[in-house]
Write a protein that binds this ligand. Structure first.
Ligand code: ZN
Length: 256
């Protein structure tokens, strides 16, 4: 197994589950893991609130930055509008988006405001993570115009690639899975991570994956386009995804 892995913690905001986030932070500190942390600058999504808002959230975020964690701008308010799955976007996972389909002025405005909130608190994002993986070419144009961010954590591929003026660090896993090669980002949601899922992650990080975890600052990124093996990976991924969604749809119909 020569694969390398990045870990990504999503939906950091004042309403996050303090106990669960602290637990994973202690583990990462002990194992010297520096993850990507995707911060919602001005969260208005009630689903991301898991208790009383933390008074010290921005001090915590600043602390992550000081420890060398990679800070990602995770949209602006995490409020989604409905989007047809046929609407052009990079990664059609969901039928909702904070960005897709909006004008350049609207998308640039959200990105500008989100960035301003983070900078006000002394936190500088170097990566883009779209809520619900949902963004389009206009979002990238807005990022290039409004920020110094030139790297996106998303995309289905085996290795990082360069497209539409930004580097893409592929994100196609939601739990640590053995791969023969490539760079894989594992997306985790600490606030909703059950004890069993956490225990499994801890065992993997102490065991088989101990020497395989890397961090964004250790990567050397090239402006190479997607390779044939990247395209094959993406083709297989979306095929599996469609079959999975079809099965779910059928189950819901039959279950009624
Ligand atoms: Zn999110």
């Amino acid at each position: 197994m020569s694969a390398r892995y990045l870990l990504r913690l999503d939906d950091a905001c004042a309403g996050m589950d303090d106990r669960r986030w602290s637990r994973i932070e202690r583990l990462f500190d002990e194992l010297a893991i520096r993850p990507i942390v995707a911060i919602v600058p001005d969260n208005r999504d009630p689903e991301l609130n898991h208790g009383e808002p933390l008074d010290d959230f921005w001090a915590r975020a600043w602390g992550w930055q000081e420890k060398g964690w990679t800070i990602a701008l995770h949209g602006y308010q995490h409020i989604m509008h409905p989007v047809a799955l046929t609407t052009p976007q990079y990664l059609p996972f969901h039928d909702r988006s904070e960005f897709v389909g909006l004008s350049l002025a609207e998308q640039a405005g959200k990105i500008r405001q989100g960035l301003a909130v983070m900078q006000h608190h002394g936190v500088s994002p170097s990566l883009w993570v779209a809520p619900a993986h949902s963004f389009d070419k206009v979002t990238v144009e807005a990022l290039l115009r409004e920020t110094n961010i030139r790297t996106v954590s998303d995309g289905i591929a085996r290795n990082p690639y360069f497209e539409d003026g930004v580097h893409w660090l592929p994100q196609a896993l939601w739990s640590l899975t053995k791969k023969s090669g490539g760079l894989w980002t594992v997306c985790l949601h600490p606030s909703t991570m059950g004890d069993a899922e956490y225990d499994r992650l801890e065992a993997q990080l102490r065991g088989a994956f101990a020497s395989r975890i890397t961090s964004v600052d250790r990567l050397v990124l090239h402006t190479r386009p997607r390779s044939v093996s990247d395209r094959i990976e993406a083709f297989r991924f979306w095929q599996r995804h469609r079959v999975g969604r079809g099965k779910l749809w059928l189950k819901q119909r039959l279950g009624r």
